[in-house]
Design a protein around this ligand. Structure first.
Ligand code: ADE
Length: 238
């Protein structure tokens, strides 16, 4: 099945340029992903092609005006539901959102610019997503974050079908364990002995304990969110 994504933006080249990057290019080549980029400036009647205007009531900056976006939503056959607006007021995008989006037929992303959207664009969206509590100059980087995090979960995009499941923020909400490749020693730092032991059960236990240790140290909020540590896990830590 192909995931169909449509992106509305005033900087189509920003999106298109990034789509040539390896992971997304491969997903598109394998027809696991299509990304249609709609240039919002093509949908304005303004001779100067501007799509921003000053806010009613005054205040700094300009807003993305509603007509071009609403016109695209009404006229453009490539629009796929749900319609997602990228905005710092949205709910924070998470791995769980990426997992959910990866199961859909597709979705449409609207990239804001300027100081924000006219509120009627927000009302027209099925949901709003933010990629974090900071303000970007526009939604394009956020759209690429959402597309990449989602596309890499599609079966067949990554070489190894196992990879997406065992990683940070997978269903047990722990950070990933530390990994090592050659050489065995570098600058006096050695690969942990257990990884060379060939004892797969022992390696699995060590990895789980490392995930716990790392998460406790680096992201205690995730431990709290998953409701703490089980009695078996406490055993692993000893
Ligand atoms: N547009 C501007 N800032 C953003 C953010 N943090 N997330 C999503 N879209 C944005």
């Amino acid at each position: 099945m192909t995931l169909r994504v449509t992106v509305m933006t005033i900087f189509p080249q920003m999106i298109e340029q990034y789509l040539t990057s390896s992971l997304l290019a491969r997903a598109r080549e394998r027809e696991l992903l299509t990304v249609d980029v709609v240039d919002l400036r093509a949908y304005t009647d303004d001779p100067r092609r501007s799509i921003d205007d000053a806010p009613y009531g005054g205040g700094p900056g300009m807003l993305m005006m509603p007509e071009p976006v609403l016109r695209v939503l009404a006229e453009e056959p490539r629009i796929v539901q749900p319609v997602i607006g990228l905005s710092p007021i949205g709910s924070t995008f998470s791995q769980a959102d990426a997992e959910e989006l990866s199961t859909l037929e597709g979705f449409t992303l609207i990239c804001g610019r300027y100081e924000g959207f006219d509120a009627r664009i927000e009302q027209r969206c099925d949901r709003l997503l933010s990629i974090g509590d900071f303000v970007l100059a526009g939604g394009e980087l956020a759209a690429l974050v959402v597309v990449e995090a989602t596309a890499r979960l599609l079966a067949g995009v990554l070489g190894n079908e196992e990879s997406p499941r065992e990683e940070s923020f997978a269903s047990d909400r722990l950070l990933e364990y530390p990994q090592y490749t050659r050489p065995r020693v570098i600058d006096g730092r050695e690969v942990p002995q257990v990884l060379l032991s060939g004892d797969h059960a022992e390696i699995a236990r060590w990895r789980h304990s490392q995930r716990l240790v790392r998460t406790l140290e680096l992201r205690p909020d995730l431990i709290q969110a998953r409701g703490g540590i089980s009695a078996e896990e406490v055993e692993l830590l000893h």
